[in-house]
Ligand binder design. Structure first.
Ligand code: FES
Ligand code: FES
Length: 216
């Protein structure tokens, strides 16, 4: 195909102009259709939103950029750095927290989605000198090495036992009528969203089984 340099340049300029126009149009729509309850930040560029939530039993109100994840809000706004950022893509589970009784990846959730919610982080489960039974079991069974995944593992494990207690099945539950739905295979499946680069998996399962047995 024979395209002259001028016509090709003209084509590229036209494409660039059209892409720019689309981009500006998109911004304008965003600007004219702010989400309910949003306000402009002081520089006028980024909408922010007020969110009230309870974290570890304490009420908090945040004015945050609407793009702020729950993970960043916890770590950067509330200085609760026990919750870890591993992948920031929902792949490692290091950021697992418990929201209204369910475990979620805080990196995949915007804080603005949690107005009125109750959030529990590793700091809310226990403290040095008053550990949660799951924290104590992780210590007892060496359920960690570097410890980076550990807050997410422990929050996930606490929620897993509640899921089992509620009879929520997993993909490997052989019989949905059996109670409790508890086995090493069950726990490995249920904890499969929490990656441990140090490979402390067998010790983690031992810790969770001990707490599950104590509860039973
Ligand atoms: Fe959220 Fe990895 S940091 S899943
Ligand atoms: Fe190091 Fe799990 S203890 S990543």
């Amino acid at each position: 195909m024979n395209i002259s340099p001028i016509s090709r340049r003209g084509l590229m300029l036209a494409s660039a102009a059209s892409a720019t126009a689309l981009s500006v149009t998109g911004c304008a729509q965003t600007a004219t259709l702010p989400a309910s309850g949003t306000t402009r930040s002081t520089d006028g560029a980024v909408p922010s939103m007020r969110t009230s939530l309870t974290v570890n039993g304490q009420p908090h109100t945040l004015d945050a950029d609407t793009r702020t994840t729950l993970l960043d809000a916890l770590r950067e706004n509330l200085q609760l750095t026990g919750t870890k950022k591993g992948c920031d893509h929902g792949q490692c589970g290091a950021c697992t927290v418990i929201v209204d009784g369910r475990r979620i990846n805080a990196c995949l959730s915007l804080v603005a989605m949690h107005d009125g919610a109750s959030v529990t982080t590793i700091e809310g489960l226990g403290q040095p000198g008053a550990l949660h039974p799951m924290q104590a079991a992780f210590v007892k069974h060496d359920g960690y090495q570097c410890g980076y995944c550990t807050p997410g593992q422990i929050c996930s494990a606490v929620a897993v036992l509640d899921e089992i207690k509620a009879g929520v099945p997993s993909h490997v539950s052989p019989d949905l009528t059996v109670r409790p739905l508890l086995s090493a295979e069950e726990l490995r499946e249920r904890m499969s969203g929490n990656i441990c680069r140090c490979g402390a998996y067998s010790n983690i399962v031992e810790a969770v089984i001990e707490v599950a047995g104590a509860r039973a």
